[in-house]
Design a protein around this ligand. Sequence first.
Ligand code: M6R
Length: 607
Amino acid sequence: MCGIVAAAAGKNIVPVLVEGLKKLEYRGYDSAGLAVIAGNGIERVRSVGRVAELEAASADTQAATGIAHTRWATHGVPCERNAHPHVSGSIAVVHNGIIENYESLRNELTAQGYVFTSDTDTESIAHLVQATLKTEPDLLKAVQIACQRLVGAFAIAVIDHNQPGKVIVAREGSPLLLGVSDSGNYAASDASALLQVTRNMVYLENGDIAELTAAKVRITRLDGTPVQRPVHVSQLSAAAVELGNYQHYMQKEIFEQPEALANTLEIVGGSKTIQPGIFGAEAGNLLADVDAILILACGTSSHSGFTARYWLERIAGVPCNVEIASEYRYRTSVPNPRQLIVAISQSGETADTLAALRHAKSLGQTKTLAICNVPESAIVRECALRFITRAGPEIGVASTKAFTTQLAALFLLTLVAAKVKGRLSEEQEATYIHQLRHLPVAVNKVLELEDEIKAWAQRFADKHHALFLGRGRHYPIAMEGALKLKEISYIHAEAYPAGELKHGPLALVDADMPVISIAPNDQLLDKLKSNLKEVQARGGELYVFADADSEIPESDGVHILRLPEHYGELSPILHVIPLQLLSYHVALVKGTDVDKPRNLAKSVTVE
Ligand code: M6R
C-alpha cells in the first residue's frame, strides 16, 4: 500500500524523507516521489521502481519542508506521470487511500480550467486544494474545506510554496501518525518511518487534520474544532526493522519465530493456570456470556482463524465460524448478539477486516476481540477486548511470524474459553501451558531442517503448479502453505483437504504436479495415507512433512521429511514452519523479489 512521509524541520529534510520511504518499502509499491519547498517554488522528483533510484535522483535536492510517497497503483498504471506527489500551481499533495468521487471532482475541476496530467484520483485533491485557496488563502483551512468534499478513504500531506515551512496532513480511513520533536515535526503512514528522528508519536484519529511547522503542531477536526491527541512513546525497536545478517526480511522473520512466540506467550508468565484477564479486564464476564465465536480476517490471518476453529470446537466446545472479511461485510447474515466477534490482523489496518468488524458491531454484536500485532491500530482501538501478539514488526509481505503468534494467541483463547465453560481440568490446563512454553524450543528444532528443505526447493523451480494436502486442523496449514508458495514464487498452488482429492483435484495429478502433504501422527494419519496412495498410483511426486513417529516409508516418488517432535494439538504451529521455508527457498531458486512480491502490498488499507 502507499506510504507517506512528511517533514517540517530546521534542517535539510530530504535524507529523512528518503530514509522514511525506505522503511515503508515493505508495504509494497511500484513508484516513489518527493516534493519540497525550494527557493523558487515546488521542486519535485519522481521515479518508477525502487526508492534507491529516487534517492539518487534527489541527491542534489535540499529543503527544510517536504512530502514524500511510495505509490501502489490503484488508479492508473505504474509510471512517472502517475507517481505522487501531484502538483497544482503552488501546491503538492501525496495521498494514501481511494477517493471514490474523484471522477465527478475531475469533471468539475476540468470545467474550471484545471488540466489533469495523470490518471490518478489523487490529482483531483491537488486541484481541489488549489481551487479552494482562491477563496480561503490559509492552507490549513483550505485543506479542511477540500477534505470535506472528499468521499472515500484517505491520508494526505500537502505543501504550498507560497506558505513555506508548513505541512498540512489529514486522515480519514487510512493510517497516519505524527512524530514530534524539538528539532522538527513529521508525519508518516507508520512509526517505523519516523524512528530515525523521534520516538514521540501522535496517532491521528479519523477526521483529524494537523498543521506541522518546525516549531509546533496544531491539530483540529476537519470542521476546525481544535483537539488534543496524546503523545505515545513508541516501543518499536529500530533494530527490529533492520535486516541484520539476513538476506531477506522473510528469512529473518521465519527465524525470529522462536523469540516472537516466547514474547507473545510471556503474558502467561511462570503460572500453571491461565486467566481470562490476558484478553482484557472485562474478558471473564464477557466470555461467560458467549455462546458462539465468529472469526473475521483476510489472507494468512484467516488461516489462523480456520485452524483455531478446530481447537475452539474440540477443546472449548464453543461453536465457531470463520469468515473471509471481504465476504462477510457484504453478506446478509443472521446476527447473534451473544457471539464473540474475533478480528484477526497482523497490521490492524486491513480495510476489509476493519469494515467487517464494524459491520458485525452495527448488527448489535458488540462482544469483540482483536488479535493483532500493532497495539495502536484501528482494529485494536475498535474492539472491546484485545490480545497483542508480540511478533515485532513484520516487514516481508509474506506473513510468517505474525501467523504463528496468532495461532499461539488463539490457542490461549481456546484454553480461556474452555476454562470459562468448565471444560478444562487443572491437569489438562497445566499440560497445555507446558507445551506452549516449550514451543520456542520445538520451533527452533524445526528450523534446523532448513538444509533438507533447501534441497527439496531445487526440484520445484521448473514447476508451474503444486497441490497442498492436509486433514483436520492441518488443512488450514495446507492452505497457508499454498498461499505462501504462490505469493512469493508465483507457482500456482492450491490446497485441498486430502479426503476431497478424489472428488476432482486428482484429475490434475501427474509426474509434473508436486503434491505436498502434511502428515502428522494424529487420528487422521491412516486416512491420509490412503489419500497419498491415490497420488502415488497416478505417478504424482509426493513431498511429505511427517512427524518423527508417523509411519510413512520413503519410496520412489515419496520424499519424507520428519519433524523432530510430535506436538499434538499444537502441531499446526510446527508444521507451518517447513512450508514457510520451502516457499522461501523456492522463491530464491526462482529469483523472485521475496520481500516485495509483484502486485502485492503488506498492509491492504484499501478495499
Ligand atoms: O494485516 P493483516 O493480517 O490483516 O493482513 C491480511 C492479509 O492481507 C495478509 O495476511 C496477506 O494474506 C499476506 N500477504 C499473506 O502472507
